[in-house]
Ligand binder design. Structure first.
Ligand code: ADP
Ligand code: ASP
Ligand code: MG
Length: 451
């Protein structure tokens, strides 16, 4: 494929997360990994810790703690200054980077004059990715490598429901790229976008993975690579369980289920665009580039359980019909209520007279309860966790679901959801039992030593 072509089937999207660009040394390392001749779009996150600091700055402004916000901004500026001092050897690049960061920090300071809303917060949150991309561009320039900046705010757009507008993203990206037919290296900000009102917005925390997947889908790329600080998706949460191991292959649906149900390595929505265009997603370790990582594709390895994930912050609602049975129309009324208050339901189980379901967004819970209590008795369990075991869960495979339930036999289980997908079984437990549950599952399903 030659570089003048409008086809991007030779192009690779490479996304580097916060730790991968978290220090001068890491940034240099990314420089090494992206300097080959292959045509690529490189997506960068904010340096690790920066988005959290920007969230804190916003909260301080929001609470009218202007001095607190200004102190935090100073701390952030100094963090960047340390990295810049170490990263650039030529004073010209160093000066340019320091000036760029100083401008952005002054922009953050300017919010002290503002009436502070979500609109202002979204502008603050966007600065981490914008700075990463400029720092990388200057670093590459210092190495004599030309990288073209694709400003995410010019092509990454969402519709009025907050969903990415893929046709628009595609046409804007192709238009931007058409100006550089001979270029092979492009860099862009993850996470940030413009919404339907052309305001600065974002794809939610961890959203740089989603940016990479959307670019891959928009350009029909060869591969989407998510470079992070671990050698692929592990069979259990490595922050909780010792001795987890990397899963080499996952089907798109397995990966989507794991991401949705809490495997932090992937943004919950990022598999969908890749699956739609059948573009393989590879999870790789920027600290250990030779490691095999995980490949996510449309290939399914039958007859095996792959991995376990956990999603905290779940609320369960038991909705008991005021009549003796789940009369006709009851389900519709219940689900309409959740739809009206734009609250997604994750797990559902039913009995003759009741529905139990879970939600993770409780912003509208008060209103939902008020509505539901007109037709039902409702009880609420908070601080729950969904544990998902993912793999080949075709119902004709004998014994898979029972192994999962058996593993948790010593714990109180609130709900079990099986059969909704061919790829997973979900179990609702109390959050306080999560660590125990994850360890038991590793031991029983993967025969792993757990402490
Ligand atoms: P990045 O900053 O590169 O986006 P993240 O912190 O978002 O990285 O994701 C990588 C982290 O996800 C790992 O360091 C690991 O602690 C955590 N993680 C949680 N569950 C898993 C899992 N099943 N497999 C691998 N990593 C996981
Ligand atoms: N910087 C953003 C975050 O911390 C996006 C990302 O890292 O994917 O959530
Ligand atoms: Mg991430």
């Amino acid at each position: 494929m030659n570089n003048n072509s409008t086809s991007f089937s030779d192009l690779v999207v490479m996304k580097f997360g916060g730790t991968s660009v978290g220090s001068a040394e890491r940034i240099r390392n990314v420089g090494d990994l992206i300097s080959g001749s292959e045509r690529k779009v490189v997506v960068l996150s904010a340096m690790s810790g920066v988005t959290n600091m920007l969230v804190e700055i916003s909260q301080l402004f929001n609470n009218s703690n202007t001095q607190g916000a200004l102190n935090k901004i100073q701390e952030l500026q100094e963090k960047y200054q340390v990295v810049i001092e170490e990263l650039y050897s030529q004073s010209e690049h160093k000066e340019e980077a320091l000036t760029f960061v100083a401008e952005k920090m002054n922009f953050l300071r300017s919010f002290k004059e503002e009436y502070f809303t979500d609109f202002e917060e979204r502008q603050i949150l966007a600065q981490g990715e914008i700075i990463s991309v400029e720092m990388m561009r200057l670093h590459l320039a210092e190495r004599g490598i030309v990288a073209i900046k694709l400003p995410a705010l010019e092509y990454m757009v969402t519709n009025k429901h907050g969903e990415p507008n893929l046709p628009e993203i595609q046409s804007q990206l192709i238009e931007l790229l058409s100006h550089y037919p001979k270029q092979s290296l492009f860099i862009t900000e993850g996470y940030i976008c413009r919404n339907a009102y052309l305001e600065i917005d974002n794809l939610k925390r961890g959203g740089s993975d989603y940016t990479a997947a959307l670019i891959g889908a928009a350009l029909d790329a060869k591969e989407i690579q998510i470079w992070t600080d671990i050698d692929g998706l592990h069979n259990n949460d490595p922050r909780v369980v010792d001795h987890t191991t990397a899963v080499r292959h996952l089907h798109f649906n397995e990966a989507a289920e794991l991401a949705y149900f809490g495997a932090k390595i992937l943004h919950p929505a990022c598999i969908h665009p890749a699956k739609m265009r059948n573009i393989p997603v590879r999870l790789l370790n920027s600290m250990e580039p030779e490691a095999k990582g995980t490949i996510i594709s449309n290939r399914i390895k039958e007859g095996s359980l792959k991995a376990v994930a956990a999603k905290d912050g779940i609320t369960a609602l038991r909705i008991l019909s005021s009549r003796m049975l789940l009369a006709q129309g009851f389900m519709r009324k219940v689900f309409e209520t959740f739809e009206r208050y734009q609250t997604a339901v994750d797990m559902i189980t039913t009995s003759e007279v009741a529905i139990t379901l879970t939600i993770d967004n409780t912003n509208r819970l008060e209103e939902i309860l008020l509505e539901l209590r007109k037709i039902a008795d409702v009880s609420v369990d908070e601080d729950m966790t969904i544990i998902s075991v993912v793999g080949d869960m075709n119902w004709k495979n004998v014994g898979f679901e029972s192994r999962v339930v058996e593993a948790l036999s010593e714990l109180p289980v609130r709900m079990i959801s099986y059969g909704g997908s061919n790829y997973g079984v979900s179990i609702l437990i109390r959050s306080e039992d999560k660590v125990r549950a994850l360890k038991l599952l590793s031991k029983h399903l993967f025969h792993e030593e757990v402490s």
